[in-house]
Design a protein around this ligand. Structure first.
Ligand code: SF4
Length: 372
């Protein structure tokens, strides 16, 4: 499908087609442009130049080791204090059991984050990574947000690079990208006061990349931020990616409005989600992969997003808590069959990927039809 590209976007189209970088003013103009189909077409062209007609998914399993947290970010519906009846923490043997079960059904990645627990010692986390890796070294461990790493470094009384190196030696494969929220301080203070600054978030990922590690990164959008704040956020990610090349992908996260203190009633509209993904594809020219996160946007819209710049629909997940406690009404899991069908219907070749977005299996047309 191709759409008429208005004059105001032709210059940006020429730049991206020539492999030239668009700047922040271009990105803002694109976000403000009301012609979603034209924007989507530019993003789709850019995506196809990088990823051809492939779109990926991963067989992964989420779990949270605990929701106890010493912070109280205003937007967070997940964290609990020790006095709360619905607080929880998983013992390491229970995590190992979940890992074994995941492995038995073909899961390749465990995605594990938690709150900043008030009393668990640093040794608990090193034992957790060691024990989980011992289940099977092929099971890729994608764990901890930047704020958790800062908390763990504080517990260990060691510099962040030293703590990261220790976790890497124990088998940590990737950091998660969570916790970036919005970098602009004025907004960050209103949604996540007390959390790490933008500089601290970027420094943790920089240190991890310097050790040879890879990670994803995120942006929480659709709350109190302006469109300019989204551009500013992506600018800082693009700059770090220029420096390290360590980000595997970018995952914009649509804000969920329930059970928190932020005075916003609705999650972003479908229009807003698609334009944000499209602009991310065009502006983040040094990122190979842009993920349509079905947990926040629903699988139907994630499928549509494959024609608006996204090339990945994330994974099976199995047990998501953070978005669902904030009101997401999406299912708790996707089956591989559903993801393959969604990707194939969108006219793409489904590719099962690993944590690093490396292909595990590419489904030909006939195979995908049979699977779906
Ligand atoms: S967002 Fe993370 S750090 Fe903030 S309160 Fe929730 S669990 Fe704690």
């Amino acid at each position: 499908m191709s759409f008429f590209i208005p004059d105001e976007l032709q210059g940006i189209r020429e730049k991206t087609a020539l492999g030239q970088r668009i700047d922040e003013a271009d990105a803002l103009r694109l976000l403000e442009c009301g012609d979603l189909n034209a924007l989507g077409q530019l993003a789709d062209e850019a995506n196809r130049r990088k990823n051809n007609n492939r779109a990926s998914y991963i067989l992964n399993r989420y779990f949270n080791y605990s929701n106890y947290c010493i912070l109280s970010c205003q937007f967070c519906a997940f964290s609990r204090k020790k006095r709360d009846a619905d607080g929880f923490e998983l013992a390491i043997p229970d995590m190992v059991q979940k890992a074994r079960e995941a492995l038995s059904i073909g899961i390749t990645e465990l995605h594990i984050v938690g709150g900043l627990h008030p009393s668990l010692p640093f040794s608990h986390y090193t034992e957790m990574i060691r024990e989980l890796k011992a289940v099977d070294e092929r099971l890729q461990l994608k764990c901890f947000t930047a704020i958790e790493i800062l908390h763990l470094a504080w517990l260990a009384k060691k510099p962040v690079p030293e703590v990261l190196a220790e976790f890497k030696s124990l088998g940590l494969d990737s950091l998660t990208g969570g916790g970036a929220e919005i970098f602009r301080k004025e907004v960050r203070d209103r949604i996540a006061r007390g959390k790490e600054t933008a500089e601290e978030y970027l420094d943790v990922h920089r240190a991890w990349h310097t050790l040879g590690g890879r990670s994803t990164c995120t942006m929480l959008f659709g709350h109190l931020e302006t469109l300019g704040d989204r551009v500013d956020h992506m600018r800082q990610l693009r700059e770090l990616q220029d420096e390290t090349g360590g980000f595997t992908g970018f995952i914009p996260l649509p804000y969920q409005p329930d059970n928190n203190e932020i005075p916003v009633e609705h999650s972003p509209t479908g229009f807003d989600m698609l334009r944000t993904l499209a602009v991310a594809r065009l502006y983040l020219d040094n990122f190979d992969h842009i993920t349509a996160y079905w947990v926040g946007m629903g699988m139907k819209l994630a499928q549509v997003a494959l024609n608006y710049g996204a090339d990945d629909v994330h994974g099976t997940i199995l047990e998501e808590k953070i978005f669902h406690m904030a009101g997401a009404d999406t299912p708790q899991l996707q089956t591989e069959t559903d993801m393959i069908q969604a990707i194939r219907e969108a006219g793409r070749v489904p590719v099962q990927r690993d944590t690093f977005y490396e292909p595990v299996r590419e489904w030909s047309g006939e195979e995908a039809m049979a699977k779906a």
